[in-house]
Unconditional design. Structure first.
Ligand code: AVJ
Length: 356
């Protein structure tokens, strides 16, 4: 805990995290040209690191260019991909209870801070519940993508004009959040099982940093996909329509578009497997034959042997005990947990314990 609370230590730890190590923080760069140049720089670094490493890997932040974001939105509507719809149903059925548990003193203002806000479509359910108990509600969406943030703000502003909006463009992984002090209750939201992309150590760093920005009595709502039968898990990451495969393969198209690479996506295939020892789905791109690929702007030639893989994503699945350990380790006490009837997904509310 001492390490996590030391701001320099936290920053260093997170910047050096393996999973999102080369993600770019674009908050200071206003023009599209500058953003593009920085993104290209980050892609180049990550490609050099990941494609020269053994085993080869690329970081999942690279999925989310415009096309990748569009494909991910499609994934969330697939019959096999249950997490999004399950989480939404849990929120719809329990929003009032969640807000009541998080916000004991109704006379105080309430602030919702969301990490990785995306389009905020599920958050709206909680904001509506918040407005039912308080007339002083602020929403602070935090996202690395300014376009996504703008969409989130537009959505909330038109549906719930009473909510005060305070968007923050920030990569909360590489650049820990710094919240203004707030005279009221803060409820942090980390939903959509985004935490699943990170190893347990990385997850502790992210939540530990968040914790350092909260005050005693503030709360965190964490969304986590749960361990379940392997067939269901694998289907969610290898759907019949091939949308997840297209999402994974889009990484190669992106490198062709943005780094002048010459990947032939037809010579790679999408692979998803369940690693029960690590409790995670792993996604790979597998080279179906021996081949050479050049990534011009990274000045890199890569030789793939047949069946060689690039590890592109981990998606950790949780147990009740794992969630409790993680939250308690970083300083939260569990105040409530809500699940769907099958127990496939959990929303857990942790309250910040007083710091000694
Ligand atoms: C956005 C990280 C929550 O792990 O389920 C979906 C990403 N990858 N299908 C997940 C994803 C393949 C998703 N998260």
């Amino acid at each position: 805990m001492a390490v996590l609370r030391d701001s320099l230590g936290t920053l260093k730890g997170i910047v050096e995290m393996a999973t999102y190590v080369q993600a770019v923080d674009i908050r200071h760069f206003a023009t599209a040209d500058e953003r593009e140049a920085l993104t290209r720089e980050a892609l180049t670094r990550e490609v050099r690191r990941g494609l020269t490493a053994r085993p080869r890997s690329l970081s999942p932040w690279m999925f989310y260019d415009a096309e990748g974001s569009r494909l991910f939105e499609r994934i969330t509507t697939l019959s096999e991909y249950y997490p999004t719809r399950t989480e939404r149903a849990i929120l719809a059925g329990n929003a009032d209870a969640i807000i009541a548990a998080a916000h004991g003193d109704r006379s105080l203002p309430l602030r919702l801070v969301e990490l990785g806000a995306g389009t905020a479509s599920k958050t709206r359910i909680l904001l509506e519940a918040a407005l039912r108990v308080s007339d002083d509600v602020a929403y602070v969406p935090v996202d690395v993508c300014p376009d996504a943030l703008e969409l989130a703000c537009q959505n909330i502003a038109s549906a719930l004009p009473e909510v005060r909006l305070q968007p923050i463009v920030r990569n909360y992984v590489t650049h820990p959040l710094q919240l203004d002090s707030f005279d009221g209750t803060t409820l942090a939201l980390y939903i959509g099982t985004s935490i699943g992309n990170f190893s347990p150590q990385e997850a502790e760093l992210i939540l530990g940093n968040l914790c350092s920005q909260l005050q005693t009595g503030d709360a965190l709502l964490l969304g986590t996909d749960m361990v379940k039968d392997e067939r269901t898990l694998l289907a969610a990451y290898d759907d019949n329509d091939g949308i997840t495969a297209a999402f994974n393969l889009n990484l190669l198209h992106r490198l062709n578009r943005e780094l002048g690479a010459n990947f032939d996506a037809a010579r790679f295939r999408h692979r998803a497997l369940w690693n029960s020892a690590e409790s995670r789905i792993e996604m790979y791109l597998e080279s179906t034959r021996e081949q050479h690929v050049s990534i011009e702007h990274a000045d890199l030639d890569v030789h793939f042997v047949r069946h060689e893989t690039i590890h592109t994503e981990n998606s950790y699945k949780f147990t009740d005990r794992g969630i409790r350990n993680l939250l308690e380790e970083v300083g939260f006490a569990i105040r409530g947990a809500w699940k769907d009837s099958r127990g496939w997904y959990t929303l857990t509310l942790g309250c910040l314990r007083s710091r000694l």
